[in-house]
Design a protein around this ligand. Structure first.
Ligand code: ZN
Length: 400
């Protein structure tokens, strides 16, 4: 029922070898302006200031998530049997589009703009005329069904589990891709083994007992990538400066308008961005916006924007209320306003959480046919979730 491309299109990919496309609908989505925009958004926000090759984009990640979802649909026999053609197309489109609502600088931007990328993604899928027309051309009601996969409201829960759960195409692609582009080998795990041992029982995705070792490896990879890459304090220092800069942009009343990028104006006024304003706010635009601010009449904006462009980052130290008071005093003495020059953040991560709301659990199909939640089938995962939680709170300040 879905039109095929005249030949199978293949795109070289360092993680998957090739990304394969044979459906016209998927090809049209890849060529849409919202998916092409993802070439202008880096996958890892500020991590490239630490790992200099981490310049890969949300575009390549989105293709990778699509490729894993496609392989699940056609190469995992249980999924191939469980889904009809409409559901397969719906989940592959959702995989390709799942990050289309991402703003610049990854998650740092979500706190600046008070948006969540999931909600913008659903707006794009249901309201952008081009994306909506491509999907509705597939079948009537497809745009809503694709957005429902992202919202975990799909009529068939298996679709959401495939792209948004604790063992899903999204996480599997970003761990492998981010490990490859940062050069950190501890993010790798055996994707082929996981795909080979995936099973479906009662509409629930699970792993065969013999795949547990590969899943343990994946959970450990995730743990290491969070602390070594995603939460690297130097990358967080970069994001702290971004937050300070946008805060200052909101507070600076006497700013010369000609040095403020049009895309920054709605953010400055704290307005909800229209889809078109959001579309034009990519990392290329932001970098140009920072170059313009380097020439404005506000010394704090000049300084913060040149810190981002020239990588003159803040230093970091462990948080304590006493240290905040002491450093605020020192900063004031040196002429720095602590509102923009003393930033805090707290990060915490648990590599696996049993029965975790929408993300659910990872279930294991044992040899006797019984089903166990992962921490009851793996000693390593059991130890990991019963250990103390790890979180890290830091203060970021300029070198004094
Ligand atoms: Zn993603």
């Amino acid at each position: 029922m879905f039109a095929k491309t005249s030949e199978v299109k293949v795109m070289r990919d360092p993680v998957h070898g090739y990304v394969h496309v044979q459906d016209q609908l998927i090809w049209d989505l890849i060529n849409s302006r919202w998916v092409q925009r993802l070439r202008r958004i880096r996958q890892l926000g500020g991590a490239y200031v630490v790992y200099h090759c981490a310049e890969h984009t949300r575009f390549s990640h989105s293709l990778g998530v699509y490729e894993i979802a496609r392989r699940m649909c056609y190469e995992v026999p249980d999924i191939d049997h469980a889904l009809n053609e409409k559901e397969k197309m719906t989940v592959m489109a959702a995989a390709l589009l799942h990050d289309s609502g991402h703003g610049p600088y990854s998650h740092a931007f979500e706190s600046i703009s008070h948006t969540s990328h999931e909600s913008v993604t659903c707006r794009v899928i249901e309201h952008d005329p081009e994306i909506r027309a491509i999907l509705e051309n597939g079948y009537h009601g497809m745009a809503k069904n694709v957005a429902d996969v992202i919202r975990h409201k799909s009529a068939n829960p298996l679709l959401s589990q495939m792209i948004s759960s604790q063992l899903d195409a999204d996480r599997m692609d970003y761990l492998l891709r981010d490990a490859y582009f940062t050069g950190t080998t501890y993010g790798t795990f055996d994707l082929e083994r996981i795909l080979r041992t995936l099973r479906v029982e009662n509409d629930q995705l699970m792993i065969k007992a013999s795949g547990v070792y590969a899943v343990e490896n994946y959970i450990m990879a995730r743990y290491h990538m969070y602390w070594q890459v995603y939460y690297h304090p130097t990358a967080r220092a970069y994001e702290a400066i971004l937050r300070a800069l946008f805060q200052r942009l909101k507070d600076s009343g006497m700013l010369e308008e000609e040095y403020v990028l049009p895309q920054f104006k709605a953010l400055r006024e704290g307005k909800k961005l229209s889809l078109e304003e959001y579309f034009r706010l990519d990392e290329n635009a932001c970098n140009y916006g920072f170059e313009m601010l380097e020439q404005c009449n506000d010394p704090i904006l000049r300084d913060l924007s040149s810190r981002l462009l020239d990588r003159r980052l803040f230093k970091f130290t462990d948080y304590s209320p006493r240290e905040v008071r002491r450093l605020s005093k020192v900063l004031k003495e040196k002429g720095y306003d602590p509102k923009y020059y003393l930033m805090k953040d707290e990060v915490g991560q648990r590599p696996y959480v049993p029965y975790n709301g929408e993300a659910g659990s990872i279930f294991v199909l044992m040899e006797d046919g019984s089903i166990r939640e992962l921490s009851n089938a793996s000693n390593i995962v059991y130890s990991l979730i019963h250990g103390p939680d790890r979180d890290e709170k830091k203060i970021f300040i300029p070198a004094l």
